[in-house]
Design a protein around this ligand. Structure first.
Ligand code: ADP
Ligand code: ZN
Ligand code: ZN
Length: 740
């Protein structure tokens, strides 16, 4: 008999809480079920982590759980194990880890049932219509084909609408009388498509794989149980094609594939490629889903109804009924690391999951992280190389454009403007990359030197000229852009430096007859806007593309032949140890947009530092040479992947508290013993004030993981009870992706 439920509740405390079962509920109670429990002054949804016969606490002190929410565990045993491991490794409270893992609907106590009621089915006319009539509406044709095979019951809209763009096409079909919308009764469990033993039909268009691709696919298929592969292939070398083939085999064997992609890369284009290839339900977990849609996708993955699960960072927590393969695309991408709260790395957890599930994991990148390259060298990962571009495309040429001393037209050199003309005249597209949105990063008074500083941060406010406002990109603070200097009243306030909006304006003037699109966070705030702009860029309708890293990743622009990095200098002089790695990766990602189809590409990088060794090695000898040099440097300095880091951060509204807290933490650390761990700090954070808070930090560094982990395990659970902790917000970041 179950005496006590050991429950993880969402709270910052590093412990489980014991409860008695709800009155009148005989169970069964199993780990992974949710319960509603009294906690503090209210009630919260917690997860049963274990059951026990007896509590260590006196029985009369135990409270009773209010209700059990599940008849079967929502989190299977492997996910509970992942949670426990991650809570340990990242030193984060288990209750918050579990809360992060659950879709928000389940976190809030919703029933673990597919909620969707909107279904679509084929009509008689839809069965009879000649598909050729829909030749010009590819999306409609694809949906019609799927609904034909679904039969009478039809398909839930969420099953059709993974990429969020099906509704318009469905309505179009409905107007022609080819499909119909049906409502299912609320409460009736939506009939999920059955899992059949038959291999799904895969509409693989049979591209002939080149030898390297074929070898990669075979190596992945031959892996017996866990094995980690680094698929190291330049942009356009056919990595995605390798994933698709590997997934094809997994799905045909009745297993599931989990595919993680960076936030920016999860576009309808990518999902479309999967959709075209596979005639099976996809579960797509992206940020635009509402809670119900997310829950539905999560449940379809957990129940094994969706053989393919694609998602961004948090999708690493999706349960799979029959795991067969894990893929992490663009594995070097910083967006796989969560930057607040539970600071996990989805890439690293993906590898852990694959290991636990005894399935292969494929990490793909054109610019692998130094960590993964190191894992290849030490034999933990197997490298699969794709050195050539797939199909007809050739390598783009890359060179530096020395802009010293020359005349710049709003940041664009003469040489660049001439190159643009040449490529445009040849009918190609041109892409200008600048990783800074807004018009100019600062406004300055020419008479007194006043700068548009943020009142709440150690940072400048960016000028957004379109709406004449200053915005702080660090805290969101805004103000109208002044016409006169607030300090001296002069009218000589001038925008200094370059942002994407400013380039857009020059282009509008100098290339007035070329249509252009600007793609950055400002231009794509409205829902659907990014897709619309990308469609214009991909279709070739826009001739000039201007953008930030949103434009740099994953997209396929067949007509782009010239890529210009407008300003490479910004990344050269950052204090962060990963800055040069990031910058090299970004430059090569953008460069990869050039000449993807049958037109040769050209990449130019504007710089004031043409002799910088990093730029030199990158341009002359490519990423492997750069990575070699960077790894040597990390080895000498004892930084990752050779050393291991954790960052203890603290912030407060007054200047002294973060320091006092970190000093007190240092006392505890010395008591616990700093053997094998360097305790570096406290020092002010590189941005010492942000959003009105003063920030300080301690960097912990160790040659081996074990002493670092041992220290954190003793130290972190005590930090909350320090007297000094009351005045600060503090956090621990294991394997920080930057030191800001
Ligand atoms: P990556 O993911 O490495 O950037 P993709 O898989 O997207 O590369 O391939 C780039 C382009 O080359 C795509 O248009 C793809 O359809 C095409 N492609 C991939 N493999 C082959 C092949 N073996 N033969 C011809 N074209 C290919
Ligand atoms: Zn002034
Ligand atoms: Zn600010």
């Amino acid at each position: 008999m179950t005496g006590v439920l050991r429950v993880a509740v969402p709270s910052p405390l590093y412990q489980l809480f014991d409860y008695l079962p709800p009155t009148g509920d005989d169970g069964p109670f199993r780990a992974g079920m949710r319960v509603r429990v009294p906690f503090g002054r209210g009630r919260v949804v917690g997860v049963i982590v274990a059951t026990a016969v007896k509590s260590e606490y006196p029985a009369e002190k135990l409270k009773r759980a209010a209700a059990r929410l599940d008849d079967t565990p929502v989190l299977p045993a492997d996910m509970l194990k992942l949670a426990a491991w991650a809570a340990d490794y990242y030193h984060h409270p288990i209750g918050e880890v579990l809360a992060t893992m659950l879709p928000s609907a389940l976190r809030a106590g919703a029933e673990a049932k597919v909620q969707t009621r909107e279904y679509w089915r084929i009509t008689t006319a839809g069965m009879a219509v000649d598909l050729n009539e829909l030749k010009r509406a590819r999306r409609q044709a694809a949906l019609l084909t799927r609904l034909r095979t679904a039969g009478e019951d039809g398909l839930a809209r969420t099953a059709l609408d993974d990429e969020g763009s099906a509704l318009a096409a469905l309505r179009g079909l409905a107007e022609k009388g080819l499909v119909a919308r049906i409502e299912k009764n609320r409460g009736a469990e939506a009939p999920l498509p059955p899992v059949s033993g038959e291999p799904p039909r895969s509409a693989t268009q049979h591209l002939q794989l080149n030898d390297d691709q074929a070898a990669a696919v075979d190596a992945i298929a031959d892996a017996d149980g866990y094995r980690a592969f680094l698929l190291d292939g330049i942009t356009g070398s056919g990595k995605t094609e390798v994933y698709l083939r590997a997934i094809d085999r997994v799905v045909a064997a009745g297993r599931q594939a989990l595919v993680l992609v960076p936030e920016i890369a999860l576009t309808p284009q990518l999902v479309g490629r999967f959709r075209e290839r596979f005639d099976v339900p996809l579960a797509v977990l992206h940020s635009a889903l509402n809670d119900t849609e997310r829950l539905d996708a999560w449940l379809r993955a957990a129940r094994g109804v969706a053989p393919i699960v694609i998602g961004t960072r948090s999708a690493v927590f999706t349960p799979l009924a029959r795991p067969g393969l894990v893929v992490v695309d663009e594995e070097h991408d910083p967006s796989f690391k969560q930057h607040e709260g539970f600071r996990y790395s989805a890439r690293d957890l993906a590898v852990w999951r694959a290991h636990e599930a005894a399935v292969p994991v494929v990490l793909g990148s054109a610019t692998p992280s130094l960590e993964s390259l190191h894992n290849v060298r030490s034999g933990r990962y197997t490298a699969l190389h794709l050195p050539e571009r797939a199909g007809a495309a050739t390598h783009p040429s890359m060179r530096l454009l020395d802009v010293r001393g020359g005349v710049l037209r709003e940041g664009l050199s003469d040489a660049l403007l001439r190159l643009m003309e040449k490529h445009l005249a040849a009918g190609s597209q041109v892409l200008l990359f600048l990783n800074r949105r807004g018009y100019a990063p600062v406004l300055q008074c020419h008479d007194c030197g006043w700068l548009s500083e943020c009142s709440r941060c150690d940072a400048r406010m960016t000028l957004h000229r379109r709406d004449a406002r200053l915005r702080c990109h660090h805290c969101g603070h805004e103000a109208p852009a002044p016409r006169r200097c607030p300090a001296c009243g002069s009218e000589g306030v001038m925008p200094i430096g370059l942002g994407t909006e400013r380039i857009e304006r020059v282009i509008g003037e100098d290339f007035a007859d070329c249509s252009m699109v600007r793609i950055d966070r400002d231009a794509t705030r409205r829902k659907g806007e990014l897709d619309r702009l990308l469609a214009r860029a991909e279709g070739g309708d826009a001739r000039i593309l201007v953008g930030t890293q949103m434009l740099a990743k994953g997209h396929h622009f067949p007509l782009v032949t010239l890529v210009a990095v407008v300003d490479a200098d910004g990344g050269l002089f950052s204090a962060d140890f990963r800055a040069s790695e990031r910058m090299a990766q970004l430059i090569l990602q953008v460069a990869g947009r050039a000449g993807r189809a049958d037109r040769p590409g050209e990449v130019v990088i504007q710089t004031h530092c043409p002799d910088h060794p990093l730029l030199q090695s990158l341009v002359a000898r490519g990423y492997p040479a750069f990575a070699d040099a960077a790894l040597k440097e990390r080895e000498v300095t004892g930084l990752p992947p050779y050393g291991h880091l954790a960052l203890l951060r603290a912030e407060a509204t007054d200047e002294a508290s973060p320091d006092s807290f970190l000093e007190a933490a240092g006392e505890l650390a010395r008591e616990a013993g700093l053997d094998g761990v360097d305790w570096l700090g406290p020092v002010p954070a590189p941005m010492a004030r942000r959003a009105g808070r003063y920030r300080a930090q301690v960097l912990l560094r160790a040659d081996a993981r074990t002493p670092l982990q041992r220290l954190l395990a003793t130290l972190v659970p005590q930090l909350g009870s320090l007297r000094e902790a009351r005045r600060v917000r503090w956090s621990v970041d294991v394997d920080p992706s930057d030191t800001f």
